[in-house]
Design a protein around this ligand. Structure first.
Ligand code: PLP
Length: 458
């Protein structure tokens, strides 16, 4: 391949999302009574059209035309060969990435923000509440709400709110209203502040605030939206992997290795799930979600039933979890500071179809700087976790003299994360590893929860 980028035409974009629920067995979410949650119980939180998608096991789901029209603002995203990185590492591996940093807010997040805003609009909802870690999701939903004429309120994890003030301005520009979390606006926020007035906040707390703000609106015209974890979010993100499959086919390539960073699991799932489908049907691929050693949900924490938020407003979800009250250390990757993981991603780990790995903060930023200096784009700190694993795999291929094909997801740019780079360049980034003692302490919280069954899909 002599060209650096593989570009699809707009009329070559996938017209359907891939739903992995057609191909794997899942434990159901459980309500407070220990029984599976019914769609009606979720109705105060989400619009019914999204709830139907959440529980659907139809393999291919049509992407509505109005959603396609907005996605076309930046999609299809290019598949790029990282030739400069290959040269810098002297590796025989061929390295490709999907560049998801080109969307208006700068990440993969609008791939689901746009359909979620659309389905809320169609259902007659006027206002959406949400949480945001890094600020990418809050920006994406503000952008999507502007496209469909909806109001948007965002609870942004305090530490990220302080680290990245311009994310708030970005949201405000699109008409979104962003407040730091925990806030005094909700009971969940006030309780968290009472427990610890100096808390850095967490995604778990911010999710509680956003759910509470939605369900307590008596007009019934507000719903909550989640930027990761849930099945319908993973579904919407599969446009990444489906495009990548077409692009790789155009140049006669197929990946041996797939890599994505994982916070709640959505950008990883978006790239990987269509290839997991291939793997279930016989392809040999190594698939790696990569997370911080400071918040090692998949690599260290058990597969349990736990709440998705700190105040226990969500059902019990079958997932790898560090405990719903766990407040991750304030690393510069707000999007990876989550105690849980998507149930679908957790299930694939349990079945051995994907293999999680963790990386430490210094190698993460080393890789980010290397990619910025070779491929040019300054990556989001979350993306740097994937990059650290890419560099490791490329060097392994060099050592073994193997021409591996590596495909990874460039989940976002870091142009509003420059405080993180400033800290790294000043030598102020520390490796933080969650200890077994800390983990044992935080896990006590789900000791009495029911246990998910070990299900095998094949
Ligand atoms: C750029 C970027 N990458 C990755 C993530 C992690 O989220 P997920 O695991 O859902 O892709 C985030 C979350 O905010 C993000 O902003």
């Amino acid at each position: 391949m002599n060209e650096r980028k593989v570009i699809l035409r707009e009329d070559e974009m996938p017209r359907q999302w891939y739903n992995i629920l057609a191909d794997i067995a899942m434990n159901p979410p459980l309500g407070p009574d220990g029984n599976p949650v019914s769609p009606d119980q979720l109705a105060p939180v989400f619009p019914m059209n999204l709830i139907e998608q959440e529980v659907s096991s139809q393999r291919w789901i049509d992407i509505p035309e109005p959603v396609m029209d907005v996605l076309k603002i930046w999609r299809p995203s290019p598949l790029v060969r990282a030739v400069n990185l290959e040269k810098a590492l002297g590796t025989p591996a061929r390295i490709y990435f999907k560049n998801e940093s080109l969307s208006p807010p700068g990440s993969h997040k609008p791939n689901t923000a746009v359909p979620q805003a659309y389905y809320n609009k169609v259902f007659g909802i006027k206002r959406i509440t949400t949480e945001t870690g890094a600020g990418q999701w809050g920006s994406a939903l503000s952008f999507a709400c502007a496209q469909f004429g909806l109001e948007c309120k965002v609870f942004m994890v305090r530490v990220s709110f302080d680290q990245k003030p311009y994310r708030k301005s970005m949201m405000a520009t699109w008409g979104g209203n962003c407040v730091p979390s925990p806030s005094m606006d909700t009971k969940a926020g006030r309780d968290a502040l009472e427990r610890d007035p100096n808390t850095p906040g967490s995604l778990g707390i911010a999710i509680s605030e956003a759910i509470e703000a939605a369900v307590s609106d008596e007009s019934g015209q507000t719903r909550y939206s989640l930027g990761s974890v849930l099945n319908h979010v993973m579904l919407h993100q599969t446009i990444i992997g489906l495009e990548a499959q077409k692009q790789m086919k155009k140049i006669g390539e197929y990946p041996d290795i797939i890599i994505g960073c994982a916070g709640g699991g959505s950008n990883f799932a978006g790239l990987a799930f269509p290839f997991v489908h291939d793997k279930i049907n016989g392809k040999q691929i190594e698939i790696y979600p990569v997370e911080p050693a400071a918040c090692p949900t998949l690599t260290k924490a058990p597969f349990v039933y736990d709440h998705g938020d700190t105040a226990k407003y969500t059902p019990l979800l079958p997932m790898h979890s560090l405990g719903h009250a766990f407040v991750p250390p304030p690393i510069h990757s707000g999007g990876l500071r989550y105690h849980g993981m998507a149930p679908t991603v957790s299930q694939l780990v349990d079945e051995g179809l994907i293999t999680p790995r963790s990386v430490k903060q210094k190698e993460v930023f080393e890789a980010g700087i290397l990619l910025a200096r070779t491929e040019g784009i300054i990556p989001a700190p979350e993306t740097n976790h994937a990059l650290a694993a890419v560099v490791e795999e490329a060097l392994k291929a060099k050592e073994e003299g193997k021409e591996k094909v590596i495909l990874f997801n460039w989940s976002g740019h870091g142009l509003l994360d420059l405080t993180a780079y400033e800290n790294y360049l000043a030598g102020n980034i520390k490796d933080i590893v969650l200890t077994d003692e800390e983990m044992a302490e935080s896990e006590k919280i789900f000791a009495n929860h029911p246990k998910p069954k070990s299900l095998k899909s094949r």
